[in-house]
Design a protein around this ligand. Sequence first.
Ligand code: SF4
Ligand code: SF4
Length: 398
Amino acid sequence: MTAKTRVFFLLSLLLITVIGTSHISTKIWGGKPEKLPNDIELVLSPEMSLKEFGQKNNLPNLVLKKVFQLQQKQDLQKKLSETGIALADIERKIKKAAALEEEHQSKNWIKIPLKFGLWFLFLGVCFYRIRKGKIGSRTRKILYLVAVLLFGVILGADPGPMGTIKDAIALYGAQGVIFPPRLVAMIVFLLLVLLANKFICGWGCQLGTLQDLIFRLNRNKQDSKGILPQFKPPFIVTNTLRIIFFFAFTLVAFAWAADIIDPVDPFKIFKPAMIKPLGWGFILGILLLSLFIYRPWCHCFCPFGLAGWFVEKISIFKVQVNYDTCVACQACTKACPSTAMEAILKKEKTIPDCFSCGSCIDVCPTGSVQFRAGQREKPPAGKFYIAKGEEDRDNALR
Ligand code: SF4
Ligand code: SF4
């Protein structure tokens, strides 16, 4: 088998394994699908008792209790007109409370804390290894595979970093409510970005690590270049696309109460029974593209990727260069799967997403690239660019 054929063979094997085992895993976990709550049409009249109102509209007692602040069972005999709340307000409040209750019911409250616990543990191990410079190309692939299997196949598509932002916007746009546990999860994920530059995306996100693993299947043994050609699209192009996509998604969520990501959501690769034909086309396209471009979903579409990119500007731990020992060989920029290291090394104004993969740390011959706390230094003048005058003199001497 040639190296190129091997890439496609491994990709097929990986996808069949992920899709097949995710199918089994979702069946074992069960649970309701996560989707926007239906917009219910309420039947109500001032003469109805609360009990009748609940029964007619199929509302759980918990929702009635929250909206009408019920203390005891007899309170259910009160008429809607006796609650002191206008019918229009009742309708609005009930819809919001029902949406929150539906969200609550759709979650698996055993899996979520378990997943967060394992995330902290796993990210802690990766963080330690990156700091010590102990992640080589083989270890990196093994860790990505573990992350895909653990946080995607076994523990499922939800929760995930992207879903916290996407679902929060979609639900607020459709029902005007915020689901508090989701807000907590979003804050935790963003704090992780703040602590260690996109570490959650780099090592914890089930879809991010899947794309990264696919990209690395198409790399040579040293993880320094592609077996099949690999490209680094300009960041201005991918980020512009990501911003436009984010605004389009938000606009549709608020104006039409619809979620345009849902039909093509690539996280559904971990709950394959929910994918429709359009979704299959898009998701498999993104995963195939991951062989040639580093994390196409993260760079071009992901709402959390965009939010994380803003937050990583002030991350505490990040990739940094020690210019005292750096010999300007630029091995790190070549090994970096995107244009991030080039911008970091030369301290350009706009630094693309860095997923803390550690490839740059791994290849530096002088150990000048590190994952540490503090501000990035500026390279000494002329270290990477020839000064204007010298460039002219260089040309004149030729
Ligand atoms: S940017 Fe990528 S890694 Fe981060 S949440 Fe989105 S899909 Fe996951
Ligand atoms: S700069 Fe590039 S190679 Fe280095 S950790 Fe970030 S993404 Fe990886």
